[in-house]
Write a protein that binds this ligand. Structure first.
Ligand SMILES: [Zn+2]
Length: 129
C-alpha cells in the first residue's frame, strides 16, 4: 500500500466536490417539499398509516443518511486541505485506493472500519468494502 499520487488525490478530491454538490442539492430539495409537510398532513388523520406517512418516514431516513454523508465529505475535504486525506484516522495507515475510489469520504481503513462498526453495533455512512 502506497501513498496517493497527486493525480489520484486530485481525482478523489474532484469526486468529493461533485458528490457534495449533489448531496447538498438533494437535501435542499428534500427539505423544501418532502419531509415536514407530509408528516404534518398525515398527522391529522390518526389510525391511518397511509402511504404518505411511509413515504415521509422514508424521506426522513434518506435525508438523515444524506446529511451524515455530507458531514463525512466535509471532513474528508478538510483532510485533503491539511494533507491527511487517504490515511486512516484511527491507525494512520494509508487507505487502499480502491476503497477511496468506491467511497471517497472513507476515513478509516477496512480493518478499522469493521472494528468501528462492531463496537457501535451499527453502520454509519462509511461502508466497508
Ligand atoms: Zn485503520
Amino acid at each position: 500500500m502506497t501513498k496517493l499520487s497527486p493525480h489520484e488525490l486530485h481525482t478523489l478530491a474532484d469526486r468529493l466536490a461533485h458528490r457534495r454538490r449533489d448531496l447538498a442539492a438533494r437535501i435542499q430539495a428534500g427539505t423544501a417539499d418532502a419531509g415536514h409537510d407530509n408528516l404534518r398532513r398525515a398527522g391529522g388523520d390518526p389510525g391511518d398509516k397511509s402511504a404518505e406517512v411511509q413515504q415521509a418516514e422514508l424521506n426522513l431516513t434518506e435525508m438523515e443518511n444524506e446529511a451524515r454523508e455530507l458531514r463525512a465529505i466535509d471532513q474528508a475535504q478538510e483532510r485533503v486541505k491539511n494533507g491527511t486525506y487517504g490515511y486512516c484516522v484511527e491507525c494512520g495507515r494509508p487507505i487502499p485506493y480502491a476503497r477511496l475510489e468506491a467511497y471517497p469520504a472513507a476515513e478509516r481503513c477496512t480493518e478499522c472500519q469493521t472494528r468501528h462498526e462492531g463496537v457501535r453495533g451499527g453502520r454509519d455512512a462509511t461502508p466497508s468494502l
